[in-house]
Design a binder for this molecule. Structure first.
Ligand code: SAM
Ligand code: SF4
Length: 347
């Protein structure tokens, strides 16, 4: 069996493809160090040692959706809601640019309060600072995505969360898997760099489903993949469930890197919250991006998808830019100097 596993990894490293059965075998490995090493080699070969920083601004925690896992879900009355003013958002972005960040990421719940023209305005202002702009603001119409693209948005991240239709339906009342796919296809057609990804360790999720997720990432040729552990959150329907396993997340990151060698893969905040060495481990298994939070302290603590994101002392925050720079240097990696688009080695 061991020899079998080695030959699967070898094949993946050479051909960047594998069937579902092989992926399931690798996902169930007990000692994945060989897999991690292969992913690290491929990462180094295709995207190099640079780690790209993406400055994250979480500008509103209002959300009309009801995703079972998320603390921002509309029905959660236990959290205080906030919205940043456009001027505040632009100010934050400016500070990020002064910290030499080359990408600004705007993230929020699905909040219809901001008109598309307002969002376009914000994007335009930030683009004047000569940075890339990534949006993570959920499902919109093609027309809305087109307007934001025209305003200058470069990238869009919309996780599929799980490709298993039945599990997707259970966790997302009132939403549809088909619409999520439609969004991803529209974003692709409009010329965005498209990111997706999954939550790892959702109740009822199997290794077979995760193998399907990987095949989906490959099939749509994702430009970015955000993969993190599900962390149970109080005041949500899943608060009593078990969270995702760090090693399973790392296996998913490693396999993603082997399947799609030249894409951008973050070591996610959730991974760093779940494991104090999460960023370092992610960087060792194929990741080449980290997203420091450059938002305003008082709002950061209200953006509570899951517990543990913001400690009482803001200087202790895992996703502060200071901490992240330290981690990167401790791994003998360097900080990306350009906007960090997908390298597109195969195009
Ligand atoms: N509302 C937008 C969306 O859903 O795409 C953007 C914000 S949403 C909070 C960003 C991501 O947070 C989701 O794609 C989801 O995977 C992740 N997330 C939500 N709840 C989580 C939890 N309890 N543990 C880990 N990640 C979570
Ligand atoms: Fe809203 Fe996004 Fe949370 Fe779902 S994951 S409830 S869409 S913020």
């Amino acid at each position: 069996a061991e020899k079998n596993i080695s030959s699967l990894i070898e094949k993946l490293e050479k051909q960047h493809s594998l069937d579902k059965k092989g992926l399931i075998m690798l996902l169930s490995m007990e000692n994945p160090s060989e897999l991690y090493k292969a992913a690290d080699r491929v990462r180094k070969k295709y995207v190099g040692d640079e780690v790209h920083l993406r400055g994250l601004i979480e500008f509103s925690n209002y959300c009309h959706n009801t995703c079972f896992y998320c603390g921002l879900r509309g029905p959660n009355k236990a959290i205080k809601r906030y919205r940043m003013e456009p001027e505040e958002i632009i100010e934050c972005a400016k500070r990020g640019v002064e910290m030499e960040l080359k990408t600004i990421v705007l993230q929020s719940g699905e909040d219809r309060y901001y008109k598309i023209t307002t969002l376009c305005n914000i994007v335009e202002k930030i683009k004047e600072m000569d940075v890339a702009v990534t949006l993570i603001i959920g499902e919109l119409s093609k027309k809305e995505y087109a307007e934001l693209k025209k305003a200058g948005a470069d990238r869009y991240l919309l996780r599929i969360e799980t490709t298993n239709r039945e599990l997707y339906r259970k966790l997302h009342p009132g939403m549809s898997y088909e619409n999520r796919l439609r969004c991803l296809m529209d974003l692709r057609e409009l010329g965005y760099e498209v990111g997706t990804g999954s939550l790892i360790g959702l109740p009822g999720q199997t290794l077979e489903m995760l193998a399907d997720d990987l095949l989906f990432f490959k099939k749509i040729n994702a430009d970015m993949l955000g993969i993190g552990p599900f962390i149970p959150c109080e005041n949500t329907p899943l608060e009593k469930e078990k969270g995702g396993d760090v090693n399973l997340v790392l296996k998913m990151i490693a396999l993603s890197r082997l399947l799609l060698p030249d894409i951008n893969i973050p070591a996610t905040t959730a991974l760093a919250v779940k494991d104090k060495d999460g960023y370092a481990k992610g960087l060792q298994c194929g990741a080449n991006v980290i997203m420091p939070n450059i938002g305003i302290e008082e709002y950061k603590r209200l953006y509570k998808l899951y517990p543990g994101k913001v400690p009482d002392d803001p200087n202790e925050a895992v996703n502060s830019i200071e901490n992240i720079k330290k981690v990167i240097l401790s791994q003998n990696r360097s900080i990306g100097k350009d906007k960090g688009y997908r390298k597109k080695v195969f195009h």
